[in-house]
Write a protein that binds this ligand. Structure first.
Ligand code: SF4
Length: 283
């Protein structure tokens, strides 16, 4: 039997906003960092990913991720997501059936080559994580109510600074944190991602498997220096600065607001004594 190009693992409402989404597994990958992992693309079911971003409909699959607002999403939408969606509407992929289970044996899954794994029901990940040899996954929804608590088993909390890291740890997540440069120190319990250029690209994700959430063997948290396209790095730095300083961005991304200083109570003005009106004297 000829193997299909890709499999539709899920088609149904998004956990984030209830709109129709699809999760599609493709089996060929040229990504050196991840290695030959099965890539899972999470996309809106009825609109291509480029238009979805323009119209804000990517909320169904990206939720509250700050990177779509500040333009620093690491995924190049015009390549993988767009071509996968085009193949999907040309019926190049088939719905998963039990006879396809062998396609996952001996392979690792990358949950969310595009899109947030939190958008897909947890039962889908239970099923396909059990079929495969391991997985990696990252979610930006870890600090929202939209996330299923058991997603911690499969995914890392994507953190962009030390305060996010501290919060994610408090909530029971393992973290994958971005550093701006080498001068920013590793936090306690962190290690440098071995597939990063700063670690000399020692391995790939399919061999490392440290980013499997709580299911991973290691309990330490990986960290990586920001990398990728230059204009996205600039936007990332720009966005993070604004989040740190501007109240409107803090509100937008659900960041804690700085405590407002209490204003000293205004003293009550002393009332001037009432002046009795004098009757005009009659002469
Ligand atoms: S820590 Fe391991 S699994 Fe995670 S991104 Fe780096 S190489 Fe991949």
């Amino acid at each position: 039997m000829k193997k299909p190009l890709g499999l539709i693992l899920y088609k149904g409402p998004s956990n984030i906003d209830g709109r129709m989404i699809v999760a599609i597994a493709t089996f060929k990958s040229s990504n050196d960092k991840t290695g030959k992992m099965v890539q899972v693309w999470i996309m809106c079911a009825d609109v291509d990913p480029i238009l979805a971003i323009k119209e804000g409909r990517d909320y169904s699959v990206c939720g509250d991720c700050k990177h779509k607002h500040i333009g620093s999403c690491y995924v190049n939408i015009a390549f993988g997501p767009d071509s996968t969606f085009k193949a999907y509407i040309r019926d190049k992929y088939v719905p998963y059936e039990d006879s396809h289970a062998s396609m996952f044996k001996g392979r690792e899954l990358r949950l969310g080559a595009y899109g947030d794994p939190a958008a897909v029901p947890i039962e889908v990940w239970d099923k396909f994580a059990a079929l495969s040899d391991g997985n990696t996954g990252y979610t930006h929804q870890w600090n929202t109510r939209k996330v299923h608590p058991r997603l911690k088993d499969y995914c890392m909390a994507s953190c962009d600074n030390a305060s996010e890291y501290a919060k994610a740890k408090k909530l029971g997540w393992r973290s994958f944190r971005i550093r701006l440069n080498k001068d920013q120190p590793l936090l306690e319990n962190e290690f440098v991602c071995p597939a990063s250029s700063e670690a000399g690209r020692k391995t790939s994700c399919n061999k490392c498997r440290a980013c499997m959430g709580l299911e991973a063997k290691t309990k330490k948290d990986p960290c990586i220096i920001i990398h990728g396209l230059e204009h996205k790095i600039i936007k990332f730095k720009w966005g993070m600065e604004r989040i740190a300083w501007k109240e409107k961005y803090r509100r937008l991304f659900n960041y804690p607001l700085p405590k407002k200083k209490k204003r000293p109570k205004k003293r009550k003005k002393a009332k001037a004594p009432e002046v009795k009106k004098m009757e005009p004297m009659s002469v």
